[in-house]
Design a protein around this ligand. Sequence first.
Ligand SMILES: [Zn+2]
Length: 522
Amino acid sequence: MIGLFGTDPYWQELLRQEGISFTVGTTELEKLDVLIIDRIPSASELAQVRKFADSGGGILTDSLCASAVWPQLRPRKQRSKYIVPDSSPLFRNVGIVDLNTDTWLLQQANVGTTQNGISAISVGRISRGWCVLLPFRLSTVLAATGSKPRVFYARTRKQVYEIVATVGRGEVRRLISNALRFLLAEVGLPYVHIHYCRPGQSGVFGFRVDTDFDSLKNMQFTRKIADEVGMHFSWYINTKAHGQHLTHMRNSILQGHDVQIHCYEHELFPDYENNLIQLKHADSILRKAGFRPIGAAAPYGEWNPEWNKALSKLGFLYSSDFALVYDDLPTRPVIDGKPSSVLQIPVHPICLGRLAASRADSAEMIDYFKRYIELQTSRFEPCFLYGHPANIARFPSVIETVLKYGLLRCGSWSSLTDYARWWQERGKAEFRVGKQSGKFVLETTRQKPELEIMIEWQDRYRCLPFRSGSFDLDKLSWQPLPPRVAFNRRTVAARRHDRGLIGKEILRQLRKRIQIKGRHSK
Ligand SMILES: [Zn+2]
């Protein structure tokens, strides 16, 4: 059993994303296999935590909490931009972990390095047990909601970049889930969690279209591509630009597809009132045309808490904004100390347009998206791409090849909205796993045919139906985990260009706003 020592909402949300069974505010430490220390223990609790380590249990915490328990540890404060992976199992299928926050480094650190080449994470024995000591406070890292230009490595002549969250939430979560896999394995236990996909599926593939100011002709063409590859897209409508065509589009371009809100005015507002007005307006235009939106994707992938509050007020199920989260499992942003009712359904932030701006040729574009699809499927994680009709019409063979490859690797497609609905149900499922007379016992409150439990053990995995039962690790028929995707060292060199992008980005933003102003005045 994994136990959270305190009640930190960021830790709880991350463990729910993974779909693992855990206890909160745990006091009976002797019942645990792995203890996550998410707050500094009080003076009276210190002996209890040390006793747990003496008993041989695994500990996952940050270096500040650890130094309160073991004063011989002396963390040194340093601002860290990111952690570069090494060959440790903690970095299995993990890329550069973007932090851009204060970290506390230990002399004992031996895994991963900061941008300055200093060791970042400490993995080793404390007393009889194993521990993983992170150099960052999870709540501090995940509370940061800023965004900035980031280079995404591609084999192109010019840098490929987009404005995304300063924190790589997906990599932070994957690093932590690998730490849990490692600590559980050290005490002889498998990693058991609710699968990220529907039963029988090894991946999730989807495509989001932002209609922006595109022509009907380009949107018709986009629909044709969807029909040719045999999938439905998720369309996010600019209701001001396309509102008058929606009734017609409903019976043609959008028929049978997932239709949600992009915007009324193509911009995100800093305040709650304006975001609310814009969302209500867009919602009423879509409703008049016969649609029932429950999701949104803000212009430019931007996000702020006021946008989230407006979505929550109107009862929206989800939003998809890479300025907050990208390349991750769905998550609920923590707002005012509580997970929001509005889910985030992350997409990969680089679209065809960004690759075209970097003068990528067709082969380079296909190579870029194929590598991303391969990485996500190796992680069993969803693979949602996005684009705009104009670029789809400009590079039809690229998009067709990419979509066909995504379908082949992931096995099927899903709309973002269907996946959000499924994820919402997944979040309600609870189970316990324990050991009784040599066998593992799964206990679920209710049987859920739409979910599976995934068991990972020594580079192998097995999915079981989500219902109570027991299993013997030696007798399960296992499948090998997909091979580890090698970390590309060139991504480190690419990261050093992030700073030079800021001036370029200011110009791009200015050009975008001028273009839009021009369109508004027409
Ligand atoms: Zn847009």
